[in-house]
Design a protein around this ligand. Structure first.
Ligand code: NAD
Length: 368
């Protein structure tokens, strides 16, 4: 049976970078027997223009049925003044919510050729390969009460509630342990159990699950503030980091900047497995729709292409195919090709399509 991929390219540079992803998928269909059917749908501002909503019910249903959803980016100044419910981000948030994507995977991978683009020294980031697993649907961003109240004495009080249940902690920790087994087999669980009850529960439940099912994986624990510092001091000490929604938000942004440009950063969001073992999954670059360069053919397609590599690895369980694609990107960078966002002295500047051409040529060469 054909694999089903839904592409929602979105706005701005979304369609440009996803065009290159479609060419890569076609290559895998032709040369590696990947056998995927692609469908395209609208999301974000373009969907608002066509249908008056940022994503339609039909697209949400298609996304649920697809093996993987590949998203480009949404948003742009054109939609700054649309009603709140119709804003482009609402489409993205609805997809994440309706597909119950509770696990956000953000790799921080430093390609050698780009090590000098990091704000840290080459020796600290060269060869970096860490994975941050962030809980995405719970914690302080969603906990109730969440309100601002008037205390009646000229003071107001803002409240957010950090709340996690055993089940929420166990399912995200399970994702992290599973991933670690496919990598260097080490998990760093991050919380603040010294000052937060939810941190104590997090610590205890991760330890319990580890003992029950994952004692072959090395588990260590770190306080979130220390983890932020260690990510900048010595990031290569980590393999998989698992943490809650708030700490994950901050730590994954710190980690991503270790590797240089936004145009290089992929991500995955995964849902729970159903009775047949199928999990909803959405893969997307970390960057936005880059309205400043949209339509100029200058966007870097690598973050989106590496997001497809994550789909190969995590949804389709084709690790060797994912390795091949990452190797092709590495080769092209080592050959000195650069889009504007990662341009360095002495390198050759190329546009979106030329970068896609070069990655396809590298795939051909590596595939023999
Ligand atoms: P952005 O990521 O779109 O752009 C930030 C800077 O990085 C820009 O200078 C841009 O040109 C550059 N850049 C980003 N991706 C690039 C790429 N692939 N190649 C080359 N250069 C790249 O962030 P922003 O400017 O803050 O936001 C622009 C719009 O995107 C806003 O409407 C915002 O809401 C939206 N946004 C969407 C997402 C998403 O869809 N997931 C994420 C972030 C921002």
């Amino acid at each position: 049976m054909s694999k089903k991929i839904l592409i929602v390219a979105g706005d701005g540079i979304g369609p440009e970078v996803m065009g290159e992803v479609e060419r890569v998928i076609a290559w895998y269909n032709d040369k590696r027997g990947f056998d995927a059917d692609i469908e395209n749908e609208l999301v974000g501002g373009c969907c608002y223009d066509a249908h008056g909503v940022a994503v339609t019910d039909e697209t949400v249903e298609k996304a649920k049925k697809a093996d993987a959803v590949l998203l480009g980016a949404v948003g742009g100044p054109k939609w700054d003044n649309v009603p709140y419910e119709g804003r482009p981000e609402a489409g993205l948030l609805r997809l994440r919510k309706d597909l119950e994507l509770f696990a956000n995977l953000r790799p921080a991978l430093c390609f050698s050729a780009l090590a000098d683009a990091s704000s840290l020294k080459r020796e600290i980031v060269e060869g970096l390969d860490i994975m941050i697993v962030r809980e995405l649907t719970g914690g302080v961003y969603f906990g109730e009460p969440k309100e601002i109240t008037d205390l009646g004495n000229g003071e107001r009080r803002g409240v957010d509630t950090q709340v996690y249940t055993t089940g929420e902690i166990r399912r995200i920790a399970e994702v992290a342990f599973d991933l670690a087994r496919k990598r260097d087999n080490r998990v760093m669980s991050v919380e603040k159990r010294n000052v937060m009850k939810s941190g104590v529960l997090w610590y205890e439940e991760v330890a319990k699950l580890h003992k029950e099912k994952f004692s072959d994986v090395t588990l260590e624990n770190m306080l979130a503030d220390n983890c932020a510092m260690q990510l900048v001091r010595n990031p290569k000490q980590f393999d998989v980091i698992v943490t809650d929604n708030l700490f994950g938000d901050v730590l994954s942004d710190i980690a991503s900047m270790l590797t240089g440009s936004l145009g290089m950063l992929p991500s995955a969001s995964l849902g729970a497995k159903d009775a047949n073992g199928k999990a909803c999954a959405m893969y997307e670059p970390v960057h936005g729709s880059a309205p400043d360069i949209a339509g100029t053919g200058a966007a870097n397609p690598i973050a989106s292409i590496l997001s497809f590599a994550m789909a190969l690895r995590y949804t389709f369980e084709l690790g060797a195919d994912a390795d091949l694609l990452e190797k092709a990107v590495d080769t092209v960078l080592a050959d000195g090709l650069r889009t504007g966002d990662i341009m360095q002295d002495g390198m050759k500047k190329v546009g979106t399509t030329e970068m896609g051409d070069a990655i396809l040529a590298a795939l051909d060469k590596l595939n023999g």
